[in-house]
Structures are given as C-alpha cells and as structure tokens.
Design a protein around this ligand. Structure first.
Ligand SMILES: Nc1nc2c(ncn2[C@@H]2O[C@H](COP(=O)(O)OP(=O)(O)O)[C@@H](O)[C@H]2O)c(=O)[nH]1
Ligand SMILES: [Mg+2]
Length: 206
C-alpha cells in the first residue's frame, strides 16, 4: 500500500502514518473492473451541487489531482451506472464555454479534449433562466448533455415549479429533477444515464 503523501511503497515513509488507499490507484485497490465507456462529466456553475452529486454517485471511489499544468483540482471517481463501473469527473465551476477564469478554462479543456460519454449539466432549479444558456452552449458544442435540475427542495420552498416534461420536449435531452443534498433523484439520474450512453454509442459514426 502506498503512502498517500509521498507514494512511498515502504511501510513507513516518515511523512505520515495515514494510509488512504482510495487516494492512490482506486482501480487496483478496489478490484473494480472499470468500464471501457468514457467518463461522465458533471459540469455547471459554481455552487449548484456538482460536488454533492459527485459524492452521491461515487462514494469513496475517488481521487483528486491537479489538472495538468494548473493548480486547479479535478476529482475523478467511480460510479455504478447500471451494469457498468464508469469514471465520473467533477469539473470546476464554469459560467460559459468561453473561459475567463483558470477554473473555467480547465472545465472547457476537459470537455473539449477528453472523450466523455455523457455531460451532466447541473443547474440550480431556482435560477433556471440564468443557467440554461450554458446548456445550449454545451449542446451546440455537440456534447452529449443531460440536464440535472438540482436544489428542487429549495425551489419548492420558494414556490418555484419546474416543468420537467416541457423542458425535455423543448430541449430534446433527458431532464432529471433532484435534490442531491437530500439524496433525491440520484437513482433516477443513474437510470436515465444508462440508456442515454447506450444510445450515444449507437450514434457514433464509423
Ligand atoms: N438545499 C440544497 N442544498 C444543496 C443541494 N445540493 C447541494 N447543495 C448545497 O449547495 C452548496 C454547494 O454545493 P456544491 O456541491 O459544493 O456545489 P458545486 O460548487 O457545484 O460543486 C453546498 O452547501 C451544498 O450542501 C440540494 O439539492 N439542496
Ligand atoms: Mg464543487
């Protein structure tokens, strides 16, 4: 087992006695057969609940690392989606695909350079109008987008209703309403991702 601070393979490196196996190579240590299906990326503005959703999907199967050449941290984890164990990426908050901050640039680069099987755009149900322009940008970039309308508990408290069916018809993408912090809607999201990914793979041109 490696020390999580210095990657020393020896029993004691003197830097730490703490061993956190899930921070090193989760593929081997948990003996999970990771699917060949490309990762699922969670994207959206800051503070919409991406990391809460990421934790709900991946649990302890996660690693944190700096995106190459930057100080921006990106978390990757393993989630059980149907029969498959798929990597999920918690991307830094972004307002648009035209980056201003380093975080946004990392999120944009990640989406446009790494293969992804699904992009879950997480939005705050209380601020849909402000957040949907990014959904359109992601769709225009030909990314495989699902919309996760989060914070439904707060929206309900404010008397805001979300017309999920209308959104699905208008956007022509899967829409899931959820309250990630209350663990509501997570299973529905998993259930919607499975056929969505299968459909994407049949649409790949050969
Ligand atoms: N009420 C409520 N709070 C939530 C929900 N999801 C996330 N939060 C809270 O929103 C804040 C931002 O969440 P976080 O996952 O860090 O957002 P991120 O910046 O998009 O990764 C935290 O205080 C969460 O506890 C939700 O569904 N309902
Ligand atoms: Mg976060």
């Amino acid at each position: 087992m490696e020390c999580y601070k210095c990657q020393s393979k020896t029993k004691s490196c003197g830097k730490s006695s703490l061993k956190l196996p899930f921070l090193s190579n989760n593929r081997q240590l948990f003996n999970k057969k990771v699917s060949s299906i490309p990762p699922i990326a969670l994207v959206g503005m800051p503070n919409v609940g991406k990391s809460v959703l990421f934790n709900a999907l991946t649990g302890i199967y996660m690693t944190v690392s700096n995106y190459p050449g930057t100080t921006v941290e990106v978390s990757r984890g393993l989630a059980q989606i149907g029969e498959e164990t798929i990597t999920v990426i918690d991307t830094p908050g972004m307002y648009s695909l035209m980056p201003i901050s380093e975080e946004e640039k990392v999120a944009r680069d990640l989406l446009l350079t790494e293969p992804v099987s699904a992009v879950v755009h997480v939005v705050d149900a209380k601020n849909l109008a402000r957040m949907l322009p990014l959904t359109f940008q992601l769709m225009e970039a030909q990314l495989p987008v699902l919309l996760a309308v989060n914070m439904m508990d707060e929206a309900r408290r404010y008397g805001i209703t979300v017309q999920k069916d209308t959104l699905e018809i208008e956007l022509q993408i899967p829409v899931v309403c959820m309250a990630a912090a209350l663990n509501q809607g997570i299973e529905e999201l998993r259930d919607r991702i499975t056929p969505f990914i299968a459909l994407q793979s049949t649409m790949v041109t050969v």
